[in-house]
Design a protein around this ligand. Structure first.
Ligand code: NDP
Ligand code: ZN
Length: 353
């Protein structure tokens, strides 16, 4: 079979491999939709690859059709349409049992794709512990919508969950790429009254407003902190979601956060040696401000719960797709677009049916 692989640092190309084996608890899935993630870009052209295996097939955002299941799989059968969560942990680990499957073998290792085995940019791929790591795709949910749930929706919403947003609170979301836009939507669903979204791409600004942003802050238009303080009459915000920016963004987010606030970070500071924190913004350590950051939890239960928001018409996750491709080989171009981030991009996707 064919797959698009990280050949080595900074080198991406096609490889030919045998179809993966199906263990007793696994499934083999054929993709019907694929999307590249900024994390795939970090894995090829950044510092995010956590293995030393060469020729590893990329990809962790997908929707597909089950082709084969292992003898111990109970709830899935060949022909089932599924969303494949980006994070497919080994749930039989102690961190998994404590609710942190996304870190089952150490930080971030719940992303079994690429970390431990080939990813989803292949004609067939293996999903470990299928009963725990596949999610049924309801008929009412389109393939476009489904593939945007597999990582973007669960990650962006997780940022809002980390920040523990409460009804009526004012929230700032730093970054409105696909992850931040889902952070905006998550904040909106959790009841935020005002959502100040930080970003500049016009396509993202439009979707941010549709997903619930009340104010847009362009970080090119001067100091982001000052702009947010001005918009909130000098008060700042109750909660922050960080889904973009650089190592200094955490400090900026801390500066606009009120005392008692929570910062929920899902941004990856790839390559940063330090994340500087302005001491005064943290009350020299005494401001009762909480900084949290994490990888979205994976697995089936969360995915089948999130998909209901789309299934019952409460939310359209497909608004993120700005670049749509229809051939399997187009995943190469989609990766290049994701790396280069043209101004008209939110998210590319390859939809195969
Ligand atoms: P994008 O690059 O598409 O979006 C980044 C956003 O940040 C853009 O809106 C950009 O603005 C904005 N931005 C850039 N610089 C600044 C700045 N100085 N201050 C404020 N905002 C700024 O990224 P994605 O949405 O695809 O991904 C976001 C992050 O999430 C990545 O680091 C990715 O690796 C990570 N991620 C984390 C996961 C997890 O589980 N924790 C899972 C998946 C992804 P502009 O509009 O101008 O472009
Ligand atoms: Zn991802």
């Amino acid at each position: 079979m064919r797959g698009l692989a990280r050949i080595d640092q900074d080198v991406m190309d096609w490889v030919e491999k045998d179809k993966p084996e199906c263990g007793p608890y696994d499934a083999i899935v054929k993709p019907i939709a694929l999307a590249p993630c900024t994390s795939d870009v970090h894995i090829v052209w950044g510092n995010a690859y956590m293995s030393d295996a060469p020729n590893r097939i990329l990809g962790h955002e997908s929707t597909g059709i089950v082709e084969e299941v292992g003898s111990h799989v109970k709830d899935f059968k060949p022909g089932d349409r599924v969303i494949v969560p980006a994070i497919t942990p080994d749930w039989l680990t102690v961190p998994g049992q404590k609710g942190f499957g996304q870190h089952c073998y150490g930080m971030g290792t719940g992303m079994s794709f690429i970390t431990f085995k080939d990813g989803t940019f292949a004609e067939h791929f293996n999903v470990n512990q299928a009963d725990g790591n596949l999610a049924h795709l309801p008929d009412e949910v389109s393939v476009d919508q489904a593939v945007m749930i597999s990582d973007m929706m669960t990650t962006g919403f997780y940022g809002a969950e980390l920040a523990e947003i409460k009804p009526g609170e004012t929230v700032a979301v730093f970054g409105i790429g696909p992850v931040g836009l889902m952070g905006v939507a998550g904040a909106h669903f959790m009841g935020a009254s005002r959502i100040l979204a930080v970003g500049s791409r016009p396509v993202s600004v439009k979707v941010a407003k549709e997903y619930g942003a009340s104010d847009i802050v362009d970080y090119h238009d001067g100091d982001t902190v000052q702009q947010i303080m001005d918009l909130t009459d000098g008060e700042g915000v109750d909660k922050v979601v960080v889904a973009g920016g650089n190592a200094n963004t955490v400090g900026e987010a801390l500066e606009v956060l009120k005392v008692g606030g929570i910062l929920g970070n899902v941004n990856h500071y790839d390559g940063a040696a330090e994340i500087p924190l302005p001491a005064l913004a943290w009350g020299a350590g005494l401001a009762d401000k909480t900084i949290r950051g994490g990888v979205c939890p994976g697995g089936r239960a969360r995915m089948e719960q999130l998909v209901k928001l789309v299934q019952y018409g409460r939310f359209d996750s497909s608004k993120l797709i700005t670049h749509r491709f229809t051939n399997f080989d187009d995943i190469y171009e989609a990766m290049i677009i994701m790396r280069d981030k043209p101004r008209d991009l939110i998210k590319p996707a390859v939809i195969l049916e």
